[in-house]
Design a protein around this ligand. Structure first.
Ligand SMILES: *Cc1c(COP(=O)(O)O)cnc(C)c1O
Ligand SMILES: [Zn+2]
Length: 564
């Protein structure tokens, strides 16, 4: 049995929780939050947490559900926190972590919201509900509603990708397509619920939903402590009287639409601080799609209320909340208090970030999540996020509907077998295979004494096309390989032991055979005027390390190899 009360944000009145009463009994405000006896919970967690499985309900004392209902769970929460080593190297920011919320039961972080909210509704005996959604909330609610035996009416805008609509319907929910904006879909849903006297989901004013999001903060703080600990931590219980030493990141980054995620996550970090588990709260970087960025506009004008965007203009439907309402004001105040920024990125930047993330980290995300990563790139580039900062990005959802926008023309090759009537000809198949993959690929030598740097460049090239790659770890080896393999391109680090890049260049240019090999120099440091003079006329391009993300590098490679 759980102990908590609901406190009104406007008048402070405290009342017991009941999902069917949406307002403060004293002042009718719909903005209220759950309060717990944090001191008591801190003691329980110190004692018991280490023995509980790593999933959402391990934090049950701080969730507004009175009794656990194991029959509803689908394995929500407990997602991994993944170090983004390759991205970190590309961006010159080595402490980036990805909170992989794609690994929830329906592949987005809405699963936490649905798991806790549906459990609370079930507990209150509610059997039918109405929700308006840009897709993922309805999918996730539908899955949990199916388990709970709750009938769901899902109002979605007609721009929600068809795959997502079909999935909502598959779970047995009634899908109502609204031709109009998301804000209009919310109005229609509210009217429908009022007429039929059904429970209506009120987004960020739904107490169990905000509370559910907190668990992301708890998990991050626990996981960072393990990942960043110099030595294995003493288990809970062995240091009863000291703080368990969980860690806050410097930054929490998320793509936002209505803003419920960061609202809950900020509450989570705040509770951890009050319990003495962490000593400070992270700054938050909240990223919107440029075509629907009411919060960013308000933030840039220094305002604490946002003007609604009535006609969102973005392909990224998941993020198309035009009117954030009071959530913006609450987030604005949080960011003023603990640091952070609202920032926007274009759809194109988001799609590009999706590519980078998939190719560099093996993580395929939906466009809304691409927005968060594009925001990360932008904030590092602008110096808002420092190279030493510890950054956690919410990898909020998996890709399904992305492909039509993302993958241009030639993303697959096809092989057509000869017709059955003909005698099978193995040579025919070989020829077909050769068309798919020609026998000779452009040959590129990567010369760098750092193994990590070689791996990064290799990965960038591999993700862009087919190359035969050679690696050299010092100047002598570079010369040897160049003489032997006659590459189409050399990517040369200047600072190498024994024989540096300058000496390699001199040697190459003095031999007829190797004199014309194109060279891209990569350098970690700013070159002096004298060094620049030495390179003049000897090389085709000069690239700053940490800048490999720029299109410039890839364009340079392509043009030197006469690709496209
Ligand atoms: C809902 C959602 C968001 C936006 O989250 P809010 O916190 O509600 O603004 C971002 N990405 C994905 C994949 C989502 O499903
Ligand atoms: Zn009140």
């Amino acid at each position: 049995m759980n102990h908590f009360v609901i406190r009104c944000l406007d008048c402070g009145y405290e009342a017991p929780y009941s999902p069917s009463s949406a307002e403060c009994p004293r002042c009718s405000s719909q903005w209220r939050e759950a309060r717990y006896d944090l001191e008591r919970v801190a003691k329980i967690w110190q004692r018991e947490l280490a023995c509980r499985p790593f999933e959402l309900w391990r934090y049950r004392e701080l969730l507004p559900v009175r009794n656990l209902n194991p029959t509803l769970t689908l394995g929500e929460g407990g997602t991994p926190l993944i170090p983004a080593v390759n991205l970190g190297m590309m961006l010159g920011c080595p402490n980036i972590y990805i909170k992989d919320e794609r690994q929830g039961p329906t592949s987005s972080f809405k699963d936490r919201q649905a798991a806790v909210t549906i459990a609370a509704l079930k507990e209150a005996g509610i059997t039918e509900m109405v929700v308006a959604s840009t897709g993922n909330v309805a999918i996730s609610y539908s899955a949990y509603a199916a388990r709970a035996g709750i009938k769901l009416w899902a109002f979605v805008t007609s721009l929600v990708p068809a795959v997502k609509m079909r999935e909502i319907a598959l779970y047995g929910s009634q899908v109502i397509k609204v031709t109009g904006s998301y804000d209009q879909a919310k109005q229609v849903a509210a009217e429908f619920a009022r007429q039929r006297n059904l429970y209506l989901d009120r987004g960020a004013r739904t107490i169990p939903s905000v509370e559910a999001m907190k668990t992301i903060a708890y998990e991050i703080a626990e996981q960072l402590a393990t990942l960043r600990a110099p030595q294995p931590k003493a288990a809970f219980g062995q240091n009863n009287h000291r703080s368990p030493g969980w860690l806050s990141p410097d930054w929490y980054i998320q793509a936002i639409s209505g803003g419920m995620g960061p609202l809950g996550i900020a509450k989570g970090f705040s509770e951890l601080q009050q319990m003495g588990f962490i000593d400070r709260q992270p700054a938050m970087a909240l990223i919107q799609a440029e075509g629907c960025a009411p919060m960013v506009h308000a933030w840039q004008q220094g305002k604490n209320t946002a003007d609604p965007v009535t006609s969102p203009f973005t392909h990224i439907e998941t993020l198309a909340t035009g009117d954030p309402g009071r959530t913006y004001t609450l987030l604005h105040n949080l960011l003023k208090q603990h640091g952070g920024v609202f920032e926007s990125v274009s759809d194109e930047e988001a799609f590009r970030a999706m590519h980078v993330l998939a190719k560099m980290e093996g993580i395929s995300v939906e466009p809304a999540t691409g927005v968060a990563f594009a925001g990360l790139f932008k904030l590092i580039r602008n110096g808002v996020i420092k190279s030493t900062d510890v950054v956690v990005v919410n990898c909020s959802g998996h890709t399904l509907p992305a492909e039509p926008f993302l993958l241009g023309e030639n993303w697959a090759s096809s092989i057509v077998f000869p017709a059955r009537t003909e005698t099978p000809q193995p040579e025919g198949l070989l020829a077909a295979l050769n068309r798919v993959a020609p026998a000779r690929f452009p040959r590129v030598v990567i010369a760098d004494d750092s193994e990590e740097a070689r791996r990064l460049i290799r990965r960038i090239l591999q993700s862009q096309g087919n190359f035969t790659l050679f690696e050299a770890k010092d100047g002598r080896e570079t010369l040897e390989i160049c003489r032997r393999e006659m590459p189409d391109l050399l990517i040369l680090d200047l600072m190498m032991p024994e024989m540096d890049g300058f000496a390699v260049l001199d040697a190459l240019r003095h031999e007829n055979q190797t004199a014309n090999i194109p060279v891209i120099v990569s350098t970690a440091k700013e070159l002096t005027a004298d060094e620049k003079r030495r390179l003049l006329g000897q090389i085709q391009a000069l690239m700053q390390k940490g800048d490999f993300l720029s299109d410039e590098f890839l364009e340079e490679v392509r043009s030197l190899l006469n690709l496209e």
